[in-house]
Design a protein around this ligand. Structure first.
Ligand code: THG
Length: 591
């Protein structure tokens, strides 16, 4: 019989193993031991992952010791098994092997223990570290838009690592010690790609690390924003690891347990390293802390990170063995987007204002600043938008004179360096899907793509939606199809309903991540057929909110009054009346 991790998690708290790195350190292996005297141009001392090949018995022995101590899940010795980290050792060409052998060793050890006691099946999680580069932060304070790694480089590196782990037989992929959600998203997409290619279905486990007691990850995201950014069908658990000792992480684990509808994992360090680089938290102290959390119902998976030993794992195992696991709470499906912080699209937030001034097609000033590469001034407009109450910012670089892909990438990377701006989610606005995808690769938060439609038919619509779904982003769907733009109530309903069914049924797109834009068109233009546009938009909004469950409604408000350009008093009055009725009908946000 094949045991299933998810089934087991329903019945008990699963114990993870303890530290691999500090266990290896204790063996005081020399250069010779690491390199095994072969194939290396550079010193391999400290390259733990190479031991999977040069000293498999050492690594297997560590796995066995943790299994002996009671671990249900052991992690492969592959934390740095990616070509970005392995470049330090000039070992990029061995990445697949490091992971394949790492997974195989752990598989063998786990299977031996499952054989001994079949009532306690053991699992292997493929350890995937953050790499030693970050996609969201600049390596140079003088040049905030700079990055020393691209999203695609990260994704490719992760695909190579994950190929090896999957071929070696892991039961799950554990993306851990996350300090940048954009790196982790590259890993999730890599995992999704590899699993699709191999027709294998494995769960993904996610674990972040926080750098100080503010409870944010290194790139500045709050914990909720971090968790929201990394939602994906395949993700089974979310948690925290490494960092400081368990005590100080307790409030943050509780926060995740309260807000997340996933299994919760926790594998902290044995305290912070002391002046000698040793970890002081005793097995008893750690087990006591873990037990409290478990008894209060916050834990599903628990183990140790740096400095934890077999004694720690044994103590933790004993502390939680008779404690019931946390039950995943039934949370209401809410629409959430985030930058460094989250925003919920719900009743409490009433109507969400989307800033429109970062649009080269909609602002002569912004267009000029971008054309003249005056990015600092352009950023100050973004800052102003947020200060003045924009809860999401729409960014658009569609202009014949600009390289929209390049400008989107540059500007979003600059925004990432400005916490007052990066706080809010970004709505990536373009009529070119390439530009939209470039935008998705530059944002660590949960963004919104603006927009896609059925204009070019179902095939393209499905392909684009599937890509957006992989990134975990939201999407604006315009009421537009092969026949053109919807301009009556019936056409608006027909197109939105059709798009919704395709997204939800075929693409399995999360319904709460769909935002319809049923076209706010200019009224009072002098053409009789235009006179009912606003009323029909409002009626369509009401219909969407009543019939297309969890989907939201947005629109570009100023379109309404285009016939009155130059007369702001009239325009603002029209917008006020329109919004009064549209918000009553359920309109959630507007640009
Ligand atoms: N739906 C969706 N996305 C959209 C729109 C929409 N994106 C673009 C647009 N419509 C919303 N954005 C703007 C941006 C600027 C203006 C209006 C909408 C605007 N600009 C002034 C003008 O044109 O008079 C100011 C010009 C200037 O300062 O130079 O009104 O409908 N999904």
């Amino acid at each position: 019989m094949k045991y299933n991790l998810e089934t087991l998690l329903k019945g008990k708290i699963l114990v993870l193993d303890g530290a691999m790195g500090t266990a290896i350190q204790k063996l005081h292996l020399g250069e010779e031991a690491f390199s095994g005297g072969c194939f290396c141009h550079r010193s391999q001392k400290g390259n733990n992952d190479i031991l999977n090949i040069t000293h498999p018995e050492v690594i297997k022995g560590i796995h066995q010791s943790y299994l002996q101590a009671g671990a249900d899940i052991i992690e492969t010795n592959t934390f740095n098994g990616n070509r970005i980290s392995q470049a330090d050792y000039a070992l990029e060409h061995k990445v697949y092997d490091l992971n394949y052998h790492g997974a195989k060793l752990a598989r063998e050890a786990a299977d031996e223990y499952t054989q001994i006691d079949q009532a306690k099946p053991r699992f292997v999680a493929g350890s995937i570290g953050p790499t030693n580069k970050t996609a969201s932060l600049s390596p140079d304070v003088e040049n905030p838009g700079l990055r020393n790694i691209t999203f695609d480089e990260l994704r490719e590196a992760y695909e190579e690592q994950i190929e090896g782990l999957v071929d070696g037989g892991v039961d799950a992929l554990f993306i851990e010690t996350i300090f940048d959600s954009l790196n982790a998203r590259a890993a999730i997409i890599a995992a999704d790609n590899v699993l699709i290619r191999k027709s294998v279905n494995l769960p993904i486990m996610i674990s972040g690390t926080i750098t100080d007691k503010s409870g944010r990850i290194l790139t500045g995201q709050t914990l909720e924003a971090f968790a929201e950014s990394l939602k994906h069908d395949r993700v089974l658990s979310v948690g925290l690891n490494c960092a400081f000792g368990p005590r100080d992480l307790v409030p943050f684990i509780k926060e995740l347990a309260r807000t997340q509808g996933l299994y919760i994992s926790f594998h902290p360090n044995a305290g912070l390293p002391n002046s000698l680089g040793e970890y002081d938290e005793t097995p008893e102290e750690m087990a006591a802390c873990v037990k409290e959390l478990a008894v209060e119902g916050h834990l599903n998976i628990v183990g140790g990170c740096c400095g934890t030993t077999t004694d720690h794992i044994q103590a933790i195992h004993e502390a939680v063995r008779d404690v019931k696991p946390r039950k995943i709470p039934r949370l209401e499906k809410v629409t959430v987007f985030c930058g460094l912080e989250i925003i919920k699209v719900n009743k409490e937030n009433n109507f969400i204002n989307i800033g429109e001034r970062l649009n080269v097609a909609g602002s002569a000033k912004f267009a000029r600043l971008i054309r003249e590469k005056k990015y600092e001034e352009a950023l100050s407009i973004a800052k102003e938008q947020v200060e003045n109450g924009a809860q999401i910012i729409d960014v658009n670089f569609d202009d014949g004179l600009l390289d929209a892909e390049k400008e989107m990438d540059t500007f979003l990377k600059l925004i990432a360096g400005e916490p007052e701006i990066a706080r809010v989610p970004v709505m990536i606005d373009s009529s070119n899907f390439k530009v939209l995808e470039t935008g998705l690769k530059a944002i660590q938060g949960k963004a919104i793509v603006n927009s896609i439609s059925l204009k070019a038919g179902e095939k393209e619509f499905i392909e684009q939606a599937a890509i957006i779904k992989q990134y975990g982003a939201g999407v604006v769907v315009m009421a537009f199809d092969e026949q053109g733009q919807a301009d009556t109530l019936d056409r608006r309903i027909e197109i939105c309903q059709r798009a919704y069914r395709i997204l939800v049924d075929t693409v399995k797109f999360p319904a709460e991540n769909i935002i319809f834009d049923p076209n706010i068109l200019a009224i009072a233009t002098g053409i009789e057929e235009h006179n009912n546009y606003a009323v029909d938009y409002i009626k369509a909004t009401k219909w969407i909110k009543e019939n297309l469950h969890y989907a939201k409604v947005s629109g570009g408000i100023s379109n309404l009054s285009f016939a009155f350009r130059g007369n702001n008093v009239i325009r603002e009055a029209m917008h006020s009346v329109f919004l009064y009725h549209a918000i009553n009908a359920g309109m959630d946000m507007g640009i």
